[in-house]
Design a binder for this molecule. Structure first.
Ligand SMILES: *[C@@H]1O[C@H](CO)[C@@H](O)[C@H](O)[C@H]1NC(C)=O
Ligand SMILES: *[C@@H]1O[C@H](CO)[C@@H](O)[C@H](O)[C@H]1NC(C)=O
Ligand SMILES: *[C@@H]1O[C@H](CO)[C@@H](O)[C@H](O)[C@H]1NC(C)=O
Ligand SMILES: *[C@@H]1O[C@H](CO)[C@@H](O)[C@H](O)[C@H]1NC(C)=O
Length: 304
């Protein structure tokens, strides 16, 4: 992501970016990369998170990922065509103008199929990974590499405020605004535009610099606050979804009616929200993977 690339390389990168933009269903590629990168560094460097999870993640990653979960953090977005059923798993919508989230009421797809939503998907893939590690050697029908990649992606998605938006505007997808001089839909602004503008304006167009800055901002108090789940649950996606719709109402939808032009006022006041949600998602993913894979150690020890 350096600035010194050749013109051809830059065109190629722009095309690549465009491809993600048009197919965007989650945070953009940068946002997801940042979430997984923060999770990985937390896994490696924070005493709070353990080595077993790092080892288990490396074992599950395909060889071409070269041990880097972040490189495949947008894998789930590329699977929407092949696994058509998975495209409903990136979000959950609330009834129009409801600024709260209710699993029983909201977790379904547009045809009303229950549990086809991001929070159920997070439970699903957490359970798949966990059950395998509770019953090592048991034959499962699940591809745990895919479970890991889906989980890592959906934990990111559920933290994007407009992935828990209103049904009527499809989480901001049908709200057409101008992002500075360019036409964009509000959902895309939150997936991608805010992060891209921040990279350009504040981080020398370098994603790594932005990630480092977000990560070094995380305090020791925030780690347990963002990583722990009440009552020792392995994962608590309903909490993240509630936070997201609340932020969507307070920040994303506010002053962003159809046809409005969003500039510095909107950008500068919303950027801290985006950066905090990316940080929270990264910490949350690391803590979740830690709990998922820690069960293996506990079970193995209790059998000795
Ligand atoms: C759970 O995961 C399996 C395997 O990927 C998938 O077929 C199923 O649709 C998922 N269910 C939910 C509710 O996400
Ligand atoms: C599991 O999924 C990954 C990613 O889709 C794929 O590369 C791999 O071949 C799958 N493994 C099995 C055993 O099907
Ligand atoms: C959570 O787990 C710890 C350690 O296993 C235990 O001491 C504690 O009582 C548990 N808390 C709840 C609310 O279940
Ligand atoms: C760092 O934290 C402060 C205070 O919460 C916030 O205003 C700022 O936007 C954060 N910066 C980054 C890069 O996360």
């Amino acid at each position: 992501m350096g600035m010194s690339s050749s013109p051809l390389l830059r065109i190629w990168k722009a095309l690549l970016l465009l491809q993600f933009v048009t197919g965007a269903l989650g945070w953009g590629k940068e946002g997801h990369y940042a979430v997984c990168k923060i999770a990985e560094s937390s896994l490696q460097f924070q005493a709070y998170l353990n080595e077993d999870a790092t080892a288990a993640v490396k074992e599950l990653l395909p060889e071409y990922a070269d041990g880097d979960l972040a490189s495949l953090c947008s894998w789930a977005d590329t699977m929407n065509f092949r696994y058509h059923w998975s495209s409903a798993l990136h979000y959950v919508d609330t009834p129009d103008f409801f600024c709260n989230y209710d699993f029983a009421r909201d977790c379904h797809d547009s045809s009303g199929h229950r549990y086809a939503c991001v929070t159920a998907a997070i439970y699903n893939y957490t359970d798949q990974l966990k059950s395998e590690y509770h019953n090592p050697g048991a034959v499962t029908n699940y591809n745990l590499t895919e479970a890991l990649l889906f989980l890592s992606h959906f934990v990111g998605d559920v933290h994007q405020p407009l992935h828990v938006g209103f049904l009527g505007d499809l989480g901001g997808n049908t709200i057409i605004v101008h992002w500075y001089t360019r036409k964009a839909n509000l959902h895309h602004v939150w997936d991608t535009s805010i992060i891209e503008s921040a990279m350009k304006d504040f981080y020398n167009s370098d994603l790594t610099t932005m990630i480092n800055s977000i990560q070094s901002n995380i305090t020791d108090n925030e780690l347990p606050l963002w990583g722990d789940c009440e009552g020792n649950q392995t994962v608590c996606p309903n909490v993240f979804a509630s936070e997201s719709i609340s932020l969507a109402c307070k920040y994303a939808y506010r002053n962003a009616t159809p046809g409005s032009t969003l500039t510095d006022d909107y950008f500068l006041s919303r950027l801290p929200i985006v950066e905090e949600r990316v940080a929270q998602a990264g910490v949350c993913l690391a803590a979740t993977l830690n709990r998922v894979f820690a069960s293996k150690v506990q079970i193995a020890e209790s059998r000795r």
